[in-house]
Design a protein around this ligand. Sequence first.
Ligand code: 4AD
Length: 462
Amino acid sequence: KLEDAKAVILEEPTTPATKIKIKQAVEKRGERVRIFGWVHRLRQQGAMIFIVLRDGTGFLQCVLTGKLPQTFDALTLTLESSIQITGTINELPEGKTAVDNHELSADWFSVVGKAPGGDEAFLNKVSEDRAPDLLADARHLVIRGETVSSTLKVRAALLQSFRAAYASLGLLEVTPPCMVQTQVEGGSTLFAFDYYGEQAYLTQSSQLYLETCLPSLGDVFCVAESFRAEKSHTRRHLSEYTHVEAELAFLTFEELLEHIEEVICRTIDGVLADPKTKALIDSLWPEGESFTPPSRPFMRMDYRDAIKYCNEHNITRPGPDGTDGPHVVGDDIAEAAERKMTDQIGKPIFLINFPKEIKSFYMARIPGDEGFTESVDLLMPNVGEIVGGSMRMSGLDELMEAYKHEGIDPTPYYWYTDQRKYGTTPHGGYGLGLERLLAWLLNRFTVRETQLYPRYTGRCKP
Ligand code: 4AD
């Protein structure tokens, strides 16, 4: 029994040690340092113990030699225990490998919080042969793994890069409310709740609020959670997602498209320019493959040409009776068909000018072609739609007509309607699903992998 083992007791050496994070390890080589972290990997080799320590900022190989491996804490050490460790970081000689080509020669360590072994051991909770539901229940532990933590680190870098791109383009960040009393993208996906006795919803999109900011703040953007009670159980639909939205005044539809292209390319370039983030992205792609940044200009494709494309390439429309047929103008191109087309073309596509019947009530009509709208979906290979946007109706009468046509009571929209009364302008904007962009950038099968704690049908924990 380990408890009875003759464990060696060691005191910490008295030489001062500088407390550092692992990301500072290279610059602190040769000095005595103190690091706190979690045991990511653990291996005994002869009389030595090798630990790969993780602290969120990086990984560091640590080696216990001499009497250290014989202490009680060393003999009973487990994966995911939190520890502090002191010693000196040295570059590795030729022939040995470790992260950053160095390792910490420990002169002492102690356990801060011991993780269990046996049935309760960490690896049992996160092993990939567990049922998907059990793994989803254990998401709080799964995020400690390299794949998920790399994904979350790139997510953070991507958000930073978005903000930098918007700042460089002169858009101001605002933070609209998530609790609202109006719908934006149709009543069927609203999450409703009781708000002090009144009906309220979780927001589907901050677009209407962004529109109200234009006369006050100029062009604006936000990064906010949006909520959709999606009935469809697909690999690109979440119930809660991070929505990057922007709204711009006094511009044309073509200028809106150019702006979307610019924001996406600047953001991606910003992320790839940082070698650490680039390495994380590369680590998520299979050996020999890597993310290909999009080339500009993005292809523009009219909705009616997409219908033609589908019909010419045998991409059919699933009919209500189970038989497939050709697409006709007016159809909402289904997800599977859209993905097939995008994958065949193999590059980003601005799909533009959708029929008004299948798009939202607020979208501006094409002058002279009133059955169609100045609208855009940006489609990416492997993922499909990542952006939805449009020019907005700027006339009061047509907006009133649009409410009526949609069966929307205009009363709660008074503040949105007022935009058309007090100095209306041509304006447009878009929303981008951050998780879908990440699925494209990081080669993930589903958007669920790119969220910290994904929310989808049947899943609201942890
Ligand atoms: O196309 P959508 O519904 O457009 C709007 O909400 C507009 N009001 C945005 C605007 O113009 N400001 O949604 C925009 C994007 C989609 O392209 C997609 O990337 C993402 O939001 N999205 C979802 N992502 C994950 N799960 C869902 N259920 C999503 N629904 C939309």
